[in-house]
Design a protein around this ligand. Sequence first.
Ligand SMILES: O=C(O)CNC(=O)[C@H](CS)NC(=O)CCC(=O)C(=O)O
Length: 269
Amino acid sequence: MVTAAIGQLCSTSSMIHNLSTCKLLIKNAVDAGAKALFLPEATDYIAIDAKESISLAQPMETSPFLLGIRDAAKEASLAINVGIHVPANNGKLLNRSCWINENGDIESYYDKLHLFDYGNLKESNSVEAGKEIVKPVETVVGRVGLTICFDLRFPEISLALKRQDAQVITYPSAFTVPTGKAHWETLLRARAIETQAYVIAAAQIGAHNSKRTSYGHSMVVDPWGKVLLDMTGEGSEPEIGVVDVDLEHRETIKKGMPLMRRTDVYPEV
Ligand SMILES: O=C(O)CNC(=O)[C@H](CS)NC(=O)CCC(=O)C(=O)O
């Protein structure tokens, strides 16, 4: 049994401000006895438009935001999953989820495969889509599969991660309010039930700027589909939630209901 913390915040276009909020969440996670902290998509910043978003992106190795998170992770001996933006080589950026281990090293990262073009949001204006599903990474909370936000609507990724025996699947997010109300919990529970993994979805909350508001409701679902945490976020203040990840519980569920795929009938993903 390992304690995991989920951080919920409202990132703005100020990376310095967002970093100081994260440092507070890191301290709270340590005080709560957590071994890992899960932060949302785009924790480094949420910009007003595509142009500003591209102008703010920093390379992963030298990003002052990420260096600050890595230093804090090392100092606190806390593993951290965090969403950031990095420049792509075509003038756009990559929407990236990083796994930083308890020594402050970047152990793995994943670039969002599916871009969210819906309503006023046109992610493809600023983001270059990633090209691969990344092998689950061994961590203090188990084997973790990385995905991001809108990827939640595409079970092929989580099924591929299940095939690679991911014990935890992360969906760092910044869901919109209307789609969050309609789909968020249902999709997260479905992904947990069909993969028999813990689903951890740290989310942005509240008004980032005059144009954008996120749904919040950071959530953790256990491998049986039970909601262990739902951060309703009164006042959109930065806060953490805490859950216990019990990998033996997952084994019991897997053994009790083997999900044998009929790959003789349909393709394996
Ligand atoms: O803009 C950034 O900097 C960070 N990226 C995001 O917030 C992305 C793209 S706009 N948001 C989503 O994917 C929301 C998905 C969603 O709401 C749904 O699937 O219903």
